[in-house]
Write a protein that binds this ligand. Structure first.
Ligand code: BGC
Length: 755
């Protein structure tokens, strides 16, 4: 974008009256390298009354070609790869782009931060481990999502970063995907809303936010080579819709394109997803950055919409891009657009006007926030005979078994991994978390259960490594609580839905020994539970974060009433999934397809396709409806220690809102997540109900509330590939309201004429 010269001169003269030091906080030390002190004239783009685009244009006008090129690629693998050079000013995160001090442009320091800031240990810093993103999404609470992002943003800021590269939100098409814990949901509206709110929370701290991995990076197996196929309408109405919602809500600085191909072209050189959908159709003003090593070309990528190559050591966007600009293969205007997007994001986020200031992270506040979010996110999946909540006065003995519950709670691995304070709770060692090693955080469920159950009850702990010994321990107690874990991480998928390490046998043995067995799950994504019918209660705690032990105990003993609901379907068996096997996962690929980016000597799979047209728009719960299959636990499901009754549904004639009455019919205060599903007219050719709105409602025992929820017309619309428009079909809309995708007591048909 260029601006007329007269406007430019006007801005410069206006800026003479401004002081240069306006962006500095006098009493604190800014984190970025100090820009050189300008000598004479104030820099016009430091005028904070100008809009970010004007300010960006003013800077770009002063930049040399080399300076522009410098901004559009990272400075290499840095601390991520042993032996790689680490640039001066690099803050120890995953990425670094050197600034231009003479123009007052700061270094960009990017940090992985999916559920907390990564790689803090290398710098002896502390970072709060929040629950997994999938877990947090089980709260269905946009305020919790905002808080989640705000914790990350404030800790990035305290640690001297100015850009987050968290914000994962690929749809859960593959329940065995090793990164599902970084993602939000199988439903585009829930995922888009929650991840958009995370980005808003991050950016509320003047940190540039990011949303990734754009797009269809829905499995890890073969992620660098696979071609994800999905017809354009389904793509728009599912995976792209999730990104559209989050991006238009949060206006993040960055969108990270993924490793895989999308309908033939790599995601980082994909004209349709980058230029057409993201930039033209949704008006995205920020910049597209590649996943680390996800750039495959110079000219094609630049012309298709990639704005920043990371980590940059492949040289696609350094000298080769300069030459491509000089030869005209990439127009100068396109390079200026790339730079404009980056620089306007620095201004829009506040990174330049309010740069991060190093502070000691507040671990207490972080832990409280993490615990609060986890308490909203734990899902009570089963509770026969009101086994829960436990009553300390009636308990005399509890056998706790497995899951390292004596020392801590599990976390998810890969580039999302947050370092645990004092090293891994299971195998203590100082330093950063090794790639591929399951890390436990020191929040011991046993400790907090003991606090609430004593002095009445005797508590024993058995590690669960020997089913016979665990059964013996369970048999001698009044109640057994067994913790089961599923470690998942970036770069590899689970081959099955089963819990690893024969834990199904362990649960079966314990349940056979004690009829009062409660199972607590700590897992990355959906798992099968062949023992479900033989245990009394099941709690889904996801990866619970640093406040997890206490949150779990608070739910078990009823200090907190469970309220989370599943953001993803739990299938009974792999045979019920659209893809009974993880596509491309063979013995040869060895359950790890990440050989290139992690520099490990593993066999890389040959290119292959993942055909998402099998299910198309029918992702997750929609597939189970279409195929008439009964999941183990449906999308949107979760129990409470109280009960809720729905009545009196009214759908406004213009389909702009629904209202209904919600009553807490039990004896405890509780939160209900009310869900609105809509089946579109037959002409839409969808044939399933889909989530259209939701609301978390808090109700005192016996209280009644009238709830009104707006309906976004976009969510009742279908996408036409012929003319690239969304429209609401005419005909009968079947609206259903209730507490899960499979329990919808209220319904009404609404006929909508053409509009
Ligand atoms: C991951 C990204 C991450 C990047 C930098 C890649 O392997 O896919 O999510 O941000 O590494 O660590």
């Amino acid at each position: 974008m260029s601006i007329p010269r007269t406007a430019l001169l006007g801005c410069i003269s206006l800026a003479f009256s401004l002081t240069i030091a306006a962006a500095q906080t006098p009493s604190a030390t800014p984190v970025q390298r100090q820009p050189a002190q300008p000598q004479a004239a104030p820099l016009p783009w430091m005028n904070t009354s100008l809009d970010p685009d004007t300010r960006a244009d003013l800077v770009i006008h002063e930049m040399t070609l080399d300076e522009k090129i410098q901004l559009v690629h990272g400075a290499g693998w840095g601390v991520l790869r042993a032996g790689a050079p680490v640039a001066a000013g690099h803050n120890g995160g995953a990425g670094f782009v050197p600034g231009i001090p003479r123009l007052h442009l700061p270094d960009i320091n990017l940090a992985d931060s999916a559920y907390g800031v990564r790689m803090a240990a290398l710098q002896s810093r502390y970072a709060t481990a929040l629950p997994s993103v999938l877990g947090m999404s089980a709260s269905w609470d946009p305020d919790a999502a905002f808080l989640f992002g705000a914790v990350i943003g404030r800790e990035l800021r305290a640690q001297g970063y100015n850009m987050s590269i968290g914000g994962g939100m690929d749809l859960i098409r593959e329940p065995r995907n090793g990164r599902n814990f970084e993602y939000s949901s199988e439903d585009p509206i829930l995922a888009g809303t929650m991840v958009g709110k995370i980005a808003m929370g991050v950016q509320s701290n003047h940190i540039m936010g990011d949303i990734k991995h754009y797009v269809l990076n829905d499995q890890e197996t073969g992620r660098n080579t696979l071609d994800a196929l999905l017809d354009p309408r389904s793509l728009r109405e599912t995976d792209l819709l999730a990104f559209q919602i989050a991006i238009t809500m949060a206006n993040p600085a960055g969108v990270m394109c993924s490793y895989n191909r999308v309908n033939g072209d790599y995601a980082c050189e994909n004209e349709y997803t980058l230029n057409q959908a993201l930039k033209r159709d949704w008006g995205f003003k920020g910049f597209v950055l590649s996943d680390w090593g996800g750039t495959h070309s110079t000219v094609k990528a630049a012309l298709a919409g990639l704005d920043m190559d990371q980590p940059g050591d492949d040289n696609f966007f350094s000298e080769p891009l300069k030459q491509a600009v000089l030869s005209g293969q990439v127009p100068q205007t396109r390079l200026d657009d790339m730079v404009h997007r980056i620089v306007r994001s620095l201004f829009a986020s506040g990174v330049i006007d309010q740069p991060p200031v190093r502070t000691v992270v507040d671990p207490f506040q972080g832990r409280d926030d993490a615990q609060k979010i986890e308490e909203e996110s734990i899902v009570l999946l089963k509770n026969t005979a009101a086994t829960l909540p436990l009553s300390a006065s009636k308990l005399h003995s509890i056998a706790i078994i497995g899951g390292h519950a004596d020392v801590g709670v599990l976390s998810g691995g890969g580039s999302a991994q947050v370092d645990a304070p004092n090293g891994n709770a299971v195998e203590p060692k100082p330093g950063s978390s090794p790639w591929g090693k399951a890390i436990y955080f020191p929040s011991s469920p046993l400790r907090y259960i003991r606090e609430q159950a004593t002095p009445n009850a005797t508590i024993t702990y058995d590690p669960g490594t020997d089913p016979a010994a665990a059964a013996k321990s369970a048999a001698s107690a009044q109640l057994a609580i067994i913790f089961v874990t599923q470690y998942t991480m970036e770069g590899q998928d689970s081959a099955t839905l089963s819990l690893p390490d024969k834990q199904d046998d362990l649960v079966a043995a314990v349940a056979a020994a004690n009829p009062n067995t409660i199972v607590v799950l700590e897992n990355g994504g959906p798992v099968s539970m062949p023992w479900a019918s033989s245990v009394k209660a099941i709690l889904e705690s996801w990866y619970p974060g640093i406040g997890g032990g206490q949150a779990i105990a608070n739910i078990l003993f009823g200090r907190v009433n469970p309220s989370g609901k599943l953001p993803v379907t739990f299938a009974a068996t792999e045979a019920d999934l659209p893809h009974p096997q993880v596509t491309g996962l063979t013995e040869r690929t060895g359950n790890n397809a990440d050989a290139v980016t992690r520099n490990q000597p593993r066999q890389r799979p040959q290119p292959f396709t993942v055909d998402y047209n099998v299910e198309g728009m029918a992702v997750g719960y929609r597939w189970f409806q279409l195929k008439n299959k009964q999941p183990l636990f449906p999308f949107g499901f979760g129990l409470s220690y109280t009960h809720f009754a729905y009545s009196n549904l009214k759908v406004s004639p213009d389909a702009k809102s629904v209202s209904f009455t919600l009553r807490n019919t039990g004896l405890r205060k509780g939160d209900e997540i009310a869900q609105v599903y809509v089946t579109l007219p037959a002409s839409a050719d969808e044939h399933f109900r889909k989530l259209a709105a939701f609301r978390r409602v808090s109700l005192a025992a016996g209280a009644t509330q009238s709830v009104e929820i707006p309906l976004d017309p976009l969510y009742l619309s279908i996408y036409s590939t012929a003319d690239n428009t969304w429209s609401r079909p005419t005909g009968d809309y079947f609206v259903e309201v209730g507490g899960s995708s499979e329990s919808l007591p209220l319904h009404q048909t609404l006929n909508l004429a053409a509009h």
